[in-house]
Design a binder for this molecule. Structure first.
Ligand SMILES: O=C(O)CCC(=O)C(=O)O
Ligand SMILES: [Mn+2]
Length: 218
């Protein structure tokens, strides 16, 4: 029996964009060096699920004026690393420029969540829903091993479409897809030589607060 192979990836909802190879090899290496510096100041740690305290399979840290954290008391943004108590390092200029180049949003992101996926790590289907400003898109960058990423609709049970995200790819969830369910189903170990230790980093840039309304100039 001859089975036809799909030529096109399954369509994503309007507002969800996959930009393959958005960063070339040099930009990926430069960004990775910046991520390593951030981790030296703000070490990766293992977050816990609200209430149960069950550990995430993904390790996390942040840069920016705010960082996203999760522990027994819930999900939230805070100004300091939960273990060191120090403020998060600044978001690198290169990431702010990527945001400005690829989003039409007039304000800069305040938070950059850095996830590290070892071979067996995954991230269950969820919405990025802890931000006050949902007019701003979420922009995320993949570095390292390939990952299978799904996007669904606004309800958990809506159909999902998966794509492989390679090192240097960027995903934007904005407009009607800003609150879409999404997640990482698996990592494909050994598919990238970028990280000496293997695995995958994902950097998610988010605007948290709504921009302040313009004040009249008296
Ligand atoms: O790793 C990814 O590509 C997605 C990460 C994500 O959705 C998140 O951290 O909220
Ligand atoms: Mn997310």
């Amino acid at each position: 029996m001859i089975r036809s192979m799909p030529c096109e990836p399954a369509p994503w909802p309007q507002g969800a964009a996959h930009l393959p190879a958005a960063l070339d090899a040099m930009s990926q290496a430069a960004l990775l060096a910046e991520v390593r510096q951030i981790i030296a100041e703000a070490p990766l740690y293992r977050p816990q699920m609200p209430r149960s305290g069950r550990p995430f399979s993904v390790l996390m840290t942040n840069c920016g004026t705010l960082g996203w954290v999760s522990d027994r008391s819930g999900y939230r943004y805070q100004e300091a690393h939960p273990q060191t108590g120090r403020r998060w390092p600044a978001i690198p200029q290169s990431l702010l420029q990527t945001w400005q180049r690829l989003t039409a949003y007039p304000e800069l992101p305040e938070a950059c969540l850095i996830n590290y996926y070892a071979a067996a790590a995954k991230l269950g289907s969820h919405r990025d829903a802890d931000e006050e400003d949902v007019a701003a898109p979420v922009l995320s960058i993949s570095l390292g091993d390939t990952a299978s990423f799904h996007v669904g609709g606004l309800a958990r049970g809506d159909p999902k479409a998966s794509r492989l995200l390679h090192s240097g790819d960027i995903v934007i969830l904005g407009g009607p897809a800003r609150m879409a369910y999404h997640g990482i189903d698996r990592i494909e170990p050994g598919t990238s030589g970028l990280l000496a230790e293997g695995g995958r980093f994902n950097l998610t840039l988010r605007r948290v607060h709504r921009p302040l309304p313009c004040r009249p100039a008296y």
